[in-house]
Design a binder for this molecule. Sequence first.
Ligand code: CAA
Length: 246
Amino acid sequence: MPVEEKPVAIVTGGVRGIGRAIAEELINEGYQVLVTYCHSEEQAEQMGKLLKEKVVIKRTDISKQDEVDNLFDEVLKQFGRVDILVNNAGITHDKTFHKMDANEWHEVIDVNLNGTFYCCNRAIPAMRDRNFGRIINISSVVGQKGNFGQANYAASKAGLLGLTKTLALENAVKGITVNAVCPGFIDTDMVSVIPDNVKTKIQDDIPMKRFGTAKEVARAVKFLVSSDAGYITGQELNVNGGLLTH
Ligand code: CAA
């Protein structure tokens, strides 16, 4: 397919972990994929060398509105369309709430929730113009049930669920679906830094007794952006090994 006809997918935080797995699934599905990263220079370089022209990689701090605006200006100029937006970029600053300072609160909200707002703010008008769009917000089981040491992260991920449902209602008539994927504990760098004693306890609590893989999350995203999922919007798709069952 000529480059200019390929549907375009943007995956934030797409050079490692869950985002990288999502980007690879979408490349395999034939999308023109653009990924952002913020600090992971090395992984970005490695991904560029491996995937070459199959992916466009842009450094973007999604917590800064002007950087997100530049990103979308460039994408729309180069490709003229945005078909899929996967809001995946996220950070943690884990600490019990009574020890958490305002910076640790704001930094997490700024990336995870405000960053998603900035991306949707630019993607939605472009999608509405073409009467098509798929937005996937990567939330978390932590946003659904809370987690010890993650008040800031839980609030940001719960915020994404409210955003998802509202955007779904407002944009359904324009052919845009908006869904959330809620991963449980997935074998990524984010989980690898959990203290060993806590990690063991978490794993014990998971009915499947194992962490998930990034690919298992990516496959859920692949489904939700596919035409098979065209009538699904405003939903939370859990990929959590049974950790939460509603
Ligand atoms: N349940 C019950 N008790 C817990 C606990 C839990 N889940 N986690 C920690 N504790 C306990 C500790 O064992 C410790 O107890 P003791 O004092 O008796 O040893 C106490 O709580 C720690 O209290 P502190 O006030 O010292 O805690 P802190 O402010 O230093 O924070 C912590 C410690 C950052 C919470 C640390 O325990 C930690 O990193 N926990 C893991 C947090 C976590 O699950 N993060 C998920 C990362 S993955 C992710 O975010 C992706 C996703 O979407 C799921």
